[in-house]
Design a protein around this ligand. Structure first.
Ligand SMILES: Nc1ncnc2c1ncn2[C@@H]1O[C@H](COP(=O)(O)OP(=O)(O)O)[C@@H](O)[C@H]1O
Ligand SMILES: Cc1cn([C@H]2C[C@H](O)[C@@H](COP(=O)(O)O)O2)c(=O)[nH]c1=O
Length: 216
């Protein structure tokens, strides 16, 4: 039975590495996959891991019909045994519905990888739809850690090491950014809600503020 599986976690917890491993193990047995990604840090049409591995992928652009792409490829005689989707949080909800149709109608396994929540702890629309539709949601075994040693569960956006809570939902970036650059840091919920990053903890700054809560 084919499945739609959502491997979710914080940034930097090994999602892309696992995506590459799943692809490698299947291709080592002669299976052929289609790898979709969107806005990978390594550039268009790439799936990259911080361990240094990178592979070519199909850029899932805004508005692209992922189910239609597969149908087209199969009808031209292409062999497709499974589908991998990295940075799945960036996909539109209707593209997640297309992934479900790939599983149900084309009977292919779809392995989707992505972060669940943004820097304000809000669900990405693509991740929300994945949680709604996936056969399974899997947390990665290797946990990322907050600076305090607790399991990191949330992603903070930082500028000069300080957490920011205003801005666009999507800003492609990485952890460990240089001064002046927008970066990210994974934190436990306690420190995310209190806005205590590793830099502000070191500086002894404690903010009692919590994230702004929007009503309605
Ligand atoms: N130099 C290193 N040695 C060992 N592991 C590393 C190294 N650099 C990164 N990693 C591992 O890679 C993980 C990040 O992998 P990646 O697949 O890029 O994450 P994600 O896609 O979840 O953001 C880190 O959590 C860490 O476990
Ligand atoms: C929290 C958060 C992250 N992003 C971006 C930053 C990265 O480009 C990706 C996550 O990639 P990773 O392989 O999981 O590290 O998402 C964003 O655009 N908005 C956010 O709020």
């Amino acid at each position: 039975m084919s499945e739609l599986v959502f491997f979710s976690g914080t940034m930097d917890c090994g999602k892309s590495t696992l995506a590459l491993q799943i692809g490698h193990n299947r291709s080592a047995r002669g299976l052929q996959g289609v790898i979709f990604t969107r806005d990978d840090r390594a550039g268009e049409g790439k799936l990259s891991s911080r361990l240094g591995l990178v592979t070519d992928a199909v850029e899932a652009t805004e508005g692209m019909d992922l189910h239609g792409y597969l149908v087209d490829r199969l009808s031209r005689g292409g062999k497709v045994d499974y589908v991998i989707v990295d940075e799945a949080q960036f996909l539109a909800p209707r593209q997640i519905d297309q992934l479900a149709r790939i599983v149900d109608e084309l009977r292919l396994d779809v392995f989707a990888f992505g972060i669940t929540t943004d820097f304000r702890t809000k669900l990405f629309p693509g991740s929300q739809r994945l949680i709604e539709l996936a056969d399974r949601v899997e947390a990665l075994q290797v946990e990322a850690l907050c600076w305090c040693g607790a399991r990191a569960t949330h992603n903070a956006r930082t500028v000069d090491g300080e957490m920011v809570v205003e801005g666009a939902q999507v800003v492609v970036g990485d952890v460990n950014r240089r001064a002046g650059e927008v970066g990210y840091e994974v934190l436990c919920r306690r420190h995310h809600l209190r806005r205590v990053t590793s830099a502000t903890a070191k500086a002894g700054v404690r903010s009692p503020d919590v994230l702004p809560v929007q009503q309605g």
